[in-house]
Design a protein around this ligand. Structure first.
Ligand SMILES: Nc1ncnc2c1ncn2[C@@H]1O[C@H](COP(=O)(O)OP(=O)(O)O)[C@@H](O)[C@H]1O
Ligand SMILES: [Mg+2]
Length: 253
């Protein structure tokens, strides 16, 4: 097994607020790991550390065996190898769907325009964004379409790993399915993914491991059948029972 991402004893405080308190895990090539947990427990901070948007106080992160938290690392180069899909899409509003996907290819990867366009179209098609939508601006797209464009933008860069930070929580309920379907397809195709989500149906189906975070720590982890259906920790249980109430999936074991 090839380890793509290794996070080792990560700590981060904002003033007196200890947000991450010793987070350790790794993601192997082709795996999808899902992080669940109440809001304010450091999930976004963790992803932002991996993408080098936040500097941890302590601990190390490795991408393909290379320590990316070491001083002097080329941050732009690291980021070009890690896709990031945000809750609020983060698309450029003045660029079309196609231009949004092309941007990283031309600007970061230095691809010639024609080649970038070809790669961008291929990525858009792979998430079900068809030709009629390529020249639309984000404001002309639904939330589900915008998020699929954002996923295409990540895919097009041919990253080693894609991080998802609650990719469906800003969407209307009827649009969530189309985004989860795309993510499931990506996982099946062997993309390495780290996903923060409350979609436990997705986690049950797709995750190789579920990690429950609370208070800046991973306090329970394991296969989804264990963590989601038979949580051992009292806090995991309490959190999941609230999620079950919201989702009413009807598959409770
Ligand atoms: N840039 C920042 N400055 C100060 N506090 C922050 C910053 N980013 C996050 N926090 C705090 O860190 C805690 C964890 O936030 P976050 O990582 O967003 O949690 P989650 O994604 O699990 O909801 C929260 O208390 C939040 O207010
Ligand atoms: Mg968050």
């Amino acid at each position: 097994m090839t380890v793509v991402l290794k996070v080792e004893d990560l700590w981060k405080s904002y003033k007196k607020n200890e947000v991450l308190r010793g987070v350790t895990f790794s993601v192997n090539e082709g795996e999808t790991k899902v992080i669940i947990g109440p809001s304010g427990t450091g999930k976004s901070t963790l992803l932002r550390c991996i993408n080098l948007l936040v500097r941890p106080d302590k601990g190390r992160i490795f991408l393909d065996g290379e320590e990316i938290t070491r001083p002097g690392i080329n941050e732009a180069r690291v980021r070009s190898r890690i896709g990031f899909v945000f809750q609020h899409f983060n698309l450029f509003l003045h660029l079309t769907a196609l231009e949004n996907v092309m941007l990283g290819l031309t600007k970061v990867k230095g691809m010639p325009k024609e080649k970038a366009e070809e790669a961008a179209k291929k990525a858009l098609l792979s998430v079900g964004i068809t030709e009629d939508l390529w020249h639309k601006y984000p404001a002309q797209l639904s939330g589900g379409q915008k998020q699929r464009v954002a996923i295409a933008r990540a895919i097009a860069m041919n990253p080693r790993l894609i991080l998802f930070d609650e990719p469906t929580s800003a969407l209307d309920p009827e649009l969530i399915g189309e985004v989860l379907k795309v993510m499931e397809k990506l996982a099946k195709e062997g993309m390495t993914m780290l996903v923060v989500t409350h979609e436990i149906g997705f986690a049950m189906k797709v995750a190789d491991e579920v990690m429950f975070m609370d208070g800046g720590r991973i306090i329970e982890r394991g296969p989804p059948q264990e963590v989601i259906l038979r949580p051992k920790n009292e806090r995991t249980r309490r959190f999941l029972s609230r999620i079950w109430e919201l989702y009413d999936l009807g598959v409770r074991g």
